[in-house]
Design a protein around this ligand. Structure first.
Ligand code: PAF
Length: 282
């Protein structure tokens, strides 16, 4: 497995493979790798000749400095995980200066309101940071395809918008949410849960599935009230938001239309650990 840390080397390695006709897949990550990431690497490997994985904890996407400080970092562990998953991967593990130079700043994007709701409303500046680092990474790696999990469904919609705004040639592929057996969505943050919080957290997906069931014959408002009530007396989980939104515009769904696709989105605090999840409703 090759590990690159500077721009010219990874760019040259990819360019060489492209020249030989290889299709390049890219999976950007912030490390703390888990089975959910492995499913993205495997999916990318099945569909591309060469797969590049980046490991970079992007400072500009953290609106909360404490969250950035406590974000799990273990490059050595990540490299071992990558090697055991697929020794053919090309790994890009840059420093902050390699990506940003001396200006660690986000570009001021507007995504037609996609970045103003849910995660964007509760984490101001988050998506501008995500879009900025991806613009840099896409320019450096120059992949044909890039793979992202649907757990960050809002992020996925915004990345599609970024690609359109910047007229990038990469094709974005959304991959299904990878879950533990008990339903909890795989996330790097799960490592920070205490045993009690971990035991309590499958309740999030269980509630999303109940919401999906109720969505068949109840109004958006009724489903919303049901979910808020479910979390009311939970000792370990505090609901930050539950939202039913149009699956492509991400605008709040006040009424249901047969022709539209809807999705439910949730953010929950287990102590200081923030967990998100979502589900297609129809
Ligand atoms: O989803 C993530 O892990 C990050 O937001 C990403 C896409 C790697 C950008 O830093």
């Amino acid at each position: 497995m090759h590990v690159y840390t500077n721009r010219p080397e990874i760019s040259a390695a990819v360019a060489k493979h492209k020249k030989n006709g290889s299709k390049i897949g890219f999976v950007p990550t912030m490390g703390a790798l888990h089975r959910g990431h492995a499913s993205l690497f495997n999916f990318a490997s099945k569909n591309c000749d060469i797969v590049v994985v980046s490991v970079f904890v992007n400072p500009t996407q953290f609106n909360n400095p404490k969250d950035l400080e406590t974000y799990p970092r273990d490059l050595q562990g990540d490299l071992e995980f990558l090697e055991s998953t697929n020794p053919e991967l090309l790994v890009f593990a840059p420093s902050t200066t390699t990506i940003y130079g001396s200006k660690v700043e986000s570009i001021n994007y507007s995504f037609d309101g996609l970045n103003q709701v849910m995660e964007g409303a509760f984490r101001p500046g988050h998506f501008e940071g995500v879009a900025t680092v991806l613009k840099h990474l896409f320019e450096i790696v120059n992949p044909d395809f890039a793979f992202f999990g649907e757990k960050d469904y809002q992020q996925l919609q915004i990345i599609n918008k970024l690609v359109a705004i910047e007229a990038l040639s990469v094709k974005i592929i959304g991959c299904p949410i990878s879950r533990h057996k008990d339903g909890l969505a795989e996330s790097s943050r799960n490592k920070r849960l205490t045993k009690d919080q971990r035991d309590a957290s499958p309740f999030i997906y269980k509630t999303l599935m109940q919401a999906k069931e109720l969505f068949n014959d109840q109004t958006v408002d009724e489903v919303q009230k049901f979910v808020v009530h479910q979390f009311k007396d939970n000792m370990h989980l505090e609901l930050e938001y539950f939202e039913i939104a149009n699956a492509s515009t991400l605008t709040h769904a006040s009424t249901k239309k047969e022709s539209e696709k809807y999705r439910a989105f949730i953010a929950v605090f287990a102590g200081e650990v923030r967990l998100i999840d979502n589900i297609a409703l129809n």
